[in-house]
Design a protein around this ligand. Structure first.
Ligand code: SAM
Length: 353
């Protein structure tokens, strides 16, 4: 068990020579526990409609001027076909919390994917009704991703206003419920949210271990200028207005900090599946993605969303691969994985405890 002091030590460490120790330890544990295969999870961004108003998110309900889209069944299934053609083991179906996607649409999609392929299905559709989660599990869905975003409840409540009909106390309870329903569960946090402290981040990492997460996805917070939180840099007084906690020990939103979190996540959950995320690739391109894979990560999530919609799923600006086709994204990902002496994984790539 990693102690809080050790987590804090690494989160505060700045010396690149010393940090090499952390990177090497995480890489060694990754090789020992999940091997050299890099699992490709094909990402399908199903809908950019969202009923929530998260202060940080570029697809929040009240963002003006964003053209919204929702893939049709046939469009979604043609993304699925690409995952099959590329040899992926998993598709991740992600969307804003969109009431326009109903239970039956997702149930039918899951059944159709399972009928046509041996793909594993990961859902990332936000806080949905329990009966929907149960129905989707029964239809064949395998995994559910729901980031808790930050363990600091004051910060979380400030940046993540509740939906009017929310009955659940918090996302940690939701994750526990998802596991009871039978899903493999994934969660994670944003790194460098205004108001987040190093102590908060250390607690986040302890929580990965306590929740015994099967998947851990983390990336830097990237300011979107058309969101309330994205305007804070210009007007720091807004922090008080939004009720953000004051901290003297803020977390920087950088790839180095994200790599530390990936590496520490590997240390606390050695057998978890950990992606080198799109937010990391957005800051540093190819370099970012491969560095993540060399510092504890074993998963990437190439985007399969049709090119005409990708830029519209704009959770933050300049999102990596927003102007590529699925074929281009796939070819680039293969090159990146090979460039560091690793190879694409085959099969479901589930967590082996
Ligand atoms: N609606 C679902 C949910 O809330 O889990 C899934 C979609 S949501 C857009 C997926 C993730 O995007 C969130 O969990 C959040 O961590 C990330 N995200 C949103 N805005 C971001 C930003 N400005 N910077 C970095 N990550 C962001």
């Amino acid at each position: 068990m990693l102690m809080r002091e050790e987590i804090l030590f690494w989160l505060r460490e700045k010396d690149p020579e010393k940090l090499k120790e952390l990177w090497a330890r995480a890489d060694r544990l990754r090789a020992e526990n999940v091997g050299d295969a890099v699992h490709f999870r094909g990402l399908i961004e199903l809908s950019s409609f969202c009923r929530r108003n998260c202060l940080y998110c570029g697809i929040r309900a009240s963002r003006p001027g964003l053209t919204r889209y929702r893939l049709t069944r046939e469009e979604a299934l043609s993304c699925v076909q690409k995952a099959v053609d590329f040899g992926y083991g998993t598709v991740v179906i992600q969307a804003g919390e969109d009431p326009g996607i109903d239970q039956n649409f997702i149930t039918d999609l899951i059944r159709e994917i399972k009928a046509r392929s041996s793909l594993i299905i990961t859902l990332s559709l936000g806080e949905r009704k329990e009966e929907e989660w149960i129905a989707w599990k029964e239809a064949g869905a395998d995994r559910y991703l729901l980031r808790f975003e930050t363990s600091n409840q004051i910060l979380y409540n400030a940046i993540h206003p509740k939906a009017p009909d929310t009955v659940w106390p918090n996302r940690l309870d939701l994750l526990r419920r998802l596991r009871e329903i039978g899903y493999e569960i994934g969660s994670g946090v944003m790194i460098g949210i205004p108001g987040q402290s190093i102590d908060d981040l250390a607690r986040d990492i302890e929580l990965f271990q306590e929740l015994d997460l099967d998947m851990i996805g983390c990336g830097p917070y990237l300011a979107h200028p058309d969101t309330p939180l994205g305007k804070i840099e210009q007007d720091p007084d807004l922090g008080k207005q939004y009720g953000l906690p004051a901290t003297e020990d803020p977390v920087e939103s950088s790839n180095e900090m994200a790599f530390k979190v990936i590496a520490l996540a590997r240390l606390v959950c050695p057998s978890a599946n950990i992606p080198s995320t799109t937010a990391i690739a957005t800051i540093d391109g190819k370099q970012g993605r491969t560095s993540g894979l060399s510092r504890g990560a074993n998963v990437i999530m190439p985007n399969l969303t049709p090119m005409e919609y990708r830029a519209l799923y704009e959770i933050y600006p300049h999102k990596a691969a927003a102007l590529e086709t699925a074929e281009q994204t796939h070819a680039i990902a293969i090159d990146q994985v090979k460039s560091i002496g690793r190879f694409p994984g085959s099969g479901p790539g589930g967590r082996k405890k």
